[in-house]
Design a protein around this ligand. Structure first.
Ligand code: NDP
Ligand code: NHF
Length: 274
């Protein structure tokens, strides 16, 4: 397991486990399998409706709380200062925890113009010691610029869609310059075409690895944090087994050249669902 050090000094596993589209009653088994495989970082959100199932697995695991790294997120309909504080309490209650390691704004939804107020609530939670770190998801450079200008605690990371077909080069450079990690969501292209890509297949064959493992390696070597999801125990293990090999600079470049700016999810400026 490898850790990164966030801009507030907190250590975070570079590889975590995502649980979007895992039903609450499936989440306990999936998270248990992930913890058994060695994952210690779990990425959930209020909108995934599985915080209870995740919390149950954490409790049943018996793993000391300080060895876990738990992320959850405030949903669009809960944005605003007071709403965020309430939503946080509700998430904590469902998770059965008394703090989370990382609390994130799920989308900027710039058309509602609430993300600064929402972030100020995150700063309060951080200053009160109820979260160990705060950050954002799906922020474009313009949203980050405003946040950095108007807020006091810089976000530790920006969780955005990123995979070989959406490399996010410009955003990654901006984040690196500002000491903000990029955390890749849908890192495996949601199990889609990137896993069948001929270039990636050739690289995988050369290393005796799967295409999923090669893609995860590409993220790690890009210095991104990565949170693949699976409910399949063999894949949960496969996705964790990515620390024993290294891609060459040429292989990294070949994968980088597959970028086609193709999103699976919404563009942040077009996400206006509440
Ligand atoms: N902040 C945000 O807005 C967002 C955050 N996220 C977070 O990012 C996490 C990961 O993204 P997600 O969208 O789930 O997509 P991923 O890129 O992690 O892909 C998940 C899909 O890939 C399949 N899969 C996983 N591992 C393998 C493998 N080794 N070989 C073949 N297929 C595989 C899974 O199938 P199966 O489960 O059947 O094994 C599943 O269908 C989410 O779970 C969530 O925590 C995601 C979207 C948006
Ligand atoms: O994390 C995510 C997955 O779930 C949401 C929808 O229900 C998405 O909007 C979001 O990006």
């Amino acid at each position: 397991m490898e850790f990164v050090t966030l801009n507030n000094g907190l250590k975070m596993p570079q590889l975590g486990f995502g649980v979007w589209q895992v039903e609450d009653d499936q989440a306990t088994a999936a998270v248990t399998a992930a913890l058994e495989a060695g994952y210690r970082s779990i990425d959930t959100a209020m909108i995934y409706k599985n915080e209870k199932g995740v919390g149950k697995a954490l409790k049943e695991s018996g793993i000391p709380r300080e060895d876990l790294f738990i992320t959850t997120k405030v949903w669009n309909s809960d944005q605003g200062y007071d709403n965020t504080l309430r939503a946080f309490d509700e998430s904590l209650e469902r998770l059965g925890l008394d703090y989370v390691d990382l609390y994130l704004i799920h989308w900027p939804t710039p058309q509602f113009d609430q993300y600064i107020d929402t972030y100020k609530a995150l700063e309060k939670l951080y200053n009160d010691g109820r979260v160990k770190a705060i950050g954002v998801c799906n922020f474009e450079i313009e949203h980050l610029e405003r946040l950095l200008a108007e807020c006091d605690v810089p976000p530790v990371l920006n969780q955005v869609e990123c995979h070989p077909y959406l490399a996010q080069t410009e955003l990654k450079s901006y984040c690196a310059e500002h000491n903000i990690f990029v955390e890749a969501w849908s890192p495996l292209d949601q199990g889609g075409e990137a896993l069948q890509d001929e270039t990636i297949k050739k690289i995988a064959e050369a290393h005796g690895k799967t295409t999923a493992q090669v893609i995860l390696r590409w993220h790690l070597q890009n210095n991104s944090i990565v949170i693949p999801k699976s409910v399949t125990p063999s894949r949960i293990e496969e996705n964790f087994d990515v620390f024993g090999f290294e891609l060459t600079d040429d292989e990294m470049e070949q994968i980088h050249n597959l970028d086609r700016n193709r999103r699976k999810g919404a563009h942040p400026n077009e996400m206006n669902v509440r």
